[in-house]
Design a protein around this ligand. Structure first.
Ligand SMILES: [Zn+2]
Ligand SMILES: [Zn+2]
Ligand SMILES: [Zn+2]
Length: 158
C-alpha cells in the first residue's frame, strides 16, 4: 500500500491542467478526497465546511468538470457517487442491503479488463465493473441492533 497524503495538492493539479484555481473547485475536490464514493449531496455538505456559500448546483458543475478532466471518477450508481482514486481501473463491491461501497483492485490491472464479445468497431478504454452482494456485517446472524420499536413491552425494573 502506498502512503498517500490525506489531501492532494488540488491547486497544483488544477494548474497543471491549465485550469483556474477557485475556492469552489478546491473545496469540492477536497470533499471528494475526504469522502470516497460519496454522493453529490454529501460532497456538498462537506464542501460547505470550507466554502459556506457554495451551492449544490456549483458542486455538480465542479464534479462534472473534474470528472471530464480526469481528477475525479464518477460511479454510475443511483445516485451517482464520486471518488478521487482515478486511473487504477479498480472495481467496487456494493452491499445491496446497507449500501457500503468497497474498493477492490483489478485482477487484471490494466484497462479494459473486460472486452465485449464483439468489437462493434470501438476501441475500448475502460470497463466499469461493480460486484453487488451482501456484506459481512449484513450477513452476520442476529447482529445486535437496538431497535426501540421492537423492545419487549413491560420490561422489568430492578
Ligand atoms: Zn451491508
Ligand atoms: Zn472506488
Ligand atoms: Zn478488472
Amino acid at each position: 500500500m502506498t502512503t498517500t497524503q490525506p489531501f492532494a495538492d488540488w491547486p497544483s493539479h488544477l494548474r497543471a491542467l491549465g485550469k483556474r484555481v477557485t475556492r469552489q473547485r478546491v473545496a469540492v475536490l477536497q470533499a471528494v478526497d475526504a469522502h470516497p464514493h460519496a454522493t453529490a449531496e454529501r460532497i456538498h455538505t462537506a464542501a460547505r465546511e470550507l466554502v459556506p456559500d457554495i451551492t449544490l448546483q456549483s458542486v455538480y458543475i465542479v464534479l462534472a468538470d473534474a470528472t471530464a478532466w480526469g481528477l475525479v471518477r464518477k460511479l454510475d450508481d443511483v445516485p451517482a457517487r464520486y471518488e478521487t482514486r482515478v486511473g487504477d481501473n479498480h472495481h467496487h463491491l456494493i452491499c445491496v442491503q446497507c449500501g457500503v461501497i468497497l474498493d477492490v483492485d483489478c485482477v487484471v490491472g490494466t484497462p479494459p479488463c473486460l472486452h465485449p464479445p464483439t468489437g462493434h468497431g470501438m476501441e475500448i478504454l475502460s470497463a466499469d465493473i461493480t460486484f453487488r452482494g451482501v456484506c459481512a456485517d449484513c450477513r452476520a446472524p442476529e447482529s445486535p441492533r437496538p431497535d426501540p420499536e421492537s423492545q419487549p413491552t413491560g420490561g422489568t425494573h430492578g
